[in-house]
Design a protein around this ligand. Sequence first.
Ligand code: AMP
Length: 223
Amino acid sequence: MSEKIKNIFVFVGPPGAGKGTLSQYCIQHLGWKQFSTGAMCRKHIHEQTDFGKQIDFAIKSGKLVSDQLIFQVVEDWLSGQKNDSHSVILDGFPRTVAQAENLQQLLTTKFLGCSLHIIRLAITSDTVLYRLASRMVCSNYECQAVYSKADGLQRCTLCSYPLSYRSDDAHDVIKDRLDTYYMHEKGLLDFFRQQRIPINEVNGERPLQTVFSEFKHLVTALV
Ligand code: AMP
């Protein structure tokens, strides 16, 4: 008998909050799957697909891609996972109320019985700015694992590709990305509260290994 997705974990938090790194821990240690809308967008731009050409400007200028375009790729990915019993992480989606409504609608029509869990990584802007200034990513677009300059690594420990900086982590773009994030955050969280979906806060200030330990405890209580 085929299994359906039972749990979707939505990671909410500004760029640099640690969503990607926490996802990596969940993939490696819990066997979960992750879909990062940002990573998917960068891959399309790199491959110069039609979708990539449409979103290139938005990404480079720190703006959001249209709700309709982004929801379509999330829906396609989730639909492809429906015979998989893993818990899945949505990293960076939904980011607006319209996206949250679309997701909610999708779950009630195609993923009945699937629970939605919201994990908010709480973090100050100072920590975010510090982390983004030293963030490095794997240059393999199939991987895009996240590192810090402080790790002192030149190559990805997962696939051996060289590490590089993200162009949208440049100082002038970061400010726009953070402004865009905070412009939507309150509405998004209010939407979940109205839907009586609890928002589970995790203190993202601490080292990511500590964050992961707390997260695992939380997961045991949630699922
Ligand atoms: P991220 O890797 O999550 O920081 O996302 C990088 C960029 O991808 C963002 O600055 C947006 O331009 C775009 N993006 C990622 N996720 C979304 C989303 N849910 N809605 C709209 N744009 C997105």
